[in-house]
Design a protein around this ligand. Structure first.
Ligand code: PGA
Length: 254
């Protein structure tokens, strides 16, 4: 049994004051949520506020990015050690916005993943095809290339400490969700790649999250797919009530 993960990615939203308000509303709504791991990824400036606000609760804090070096002349960058010191447990790596808007390559994703693992953070590595790639029928090929180039060097032990998020780019922030069956098929494909690389046991245990326009009204259908182990939520994680409704989806814990 893979424990579900409900993760929120705030992207470039929320000041420290807004972060405090969010958790005041959110925490009481999920106080009894024992069926899943809850992660929230605020921007760097709100990480320590979020860590303080969630201390002693079931909610863990993740960062949205990191640099692969531990320190040095890398203006604007943040290392894995800095994230650990602030109290982060996980970090999103290779989000499609990083890849498409900031030119992040698979090779950089690979280095970031290794740096996160070395520091004891759980990397949530994002993979996903664009709309033209899907329309050309090469979504699986794209995923395979991203997988091989970003995760191809990991050992089975390292695989056992990561999560993968399948996020079709055409579904992010567009209101267009992949159908649960379509997402599940891609998750199956990714799990096969994990099995080839890290073995069947690791693949069986790998938590693969779906991301792209997840909302309270589609969470049940997504989580009903046995291949979908959780979700990475952007827009709908910004409001305490909507994110709590996603965490507390009907049928949870079945
Ligand atoms: P969205 O974003 O839920 O707003 O589509 C998902 C993501 O980018 O992780």
């Amino acid at each position: 049994m893979r424990r579900p993960v409900i993760a929120g990615n705030w992207k470039m939203h929320k000041t420290r004051a807004e972060t405090r308000v969010f958790f005041q509303r959110f925490l009481p709504l999920v106080a009894d949520a024992e069926h899943c791991d809850i992660l929230i990824a605020p921007p760097f400036t709100a990480l320590s506020t979020a860590v303080e606000a969630t201390r002693g609760t079931r909610v863990s804090i993740a960062a949205q990015d990191l640099h692969w070096e531990s320190e040095g002349a890398f203006t604007g960058e943040i290392s894995a050690g800095m994230l650990v010191e602030v109290g982060c447990r996980a970090v999103i790596v290779g989000h499609s916005e990083r890849r498409l808007l900031f030119g992040e390559s698979n090779e950089q994703v690979a280095r970031k993943t290794l740096a996160a693992l070395a520091a004891g953070l759980v990397p949530i590595v994002c993979l996903g095809e664009t709309l033209p790639q899907r329309e050309q029928g090469c979504a699986e090929q794209v995923l395979q290339r991203q997988f091989e180039q970003s995760l191809g060097a990991l050992t089975a032990e390292q695989f056992s400490r990561i999560m993968i998020a399948y996020e079709p780019v055409w579904a992010i922030g567009t209101g267009r969700t992949a159908t649960p069956a379509m997402a599940a098929a891609m998750h199956r494909f990714v799990r096969r790649l994990v099995a080839q690389q890290g073995g069947e046991t690791v693949a069986e245990q790998m938590r693969i999250l779906y991301g792209g326009s997840v909302r309270p009204d589609n969470i049940v259908a997504l989580m009903n797919e046995p291949e979908i182990d959780g979700v990475l939520v952007g827009g709908a994680s910004l409001e305490a009530e909507s994110f709590a409704a996603i965490v507390q989806y009907p049928g949870r814990g079945r």
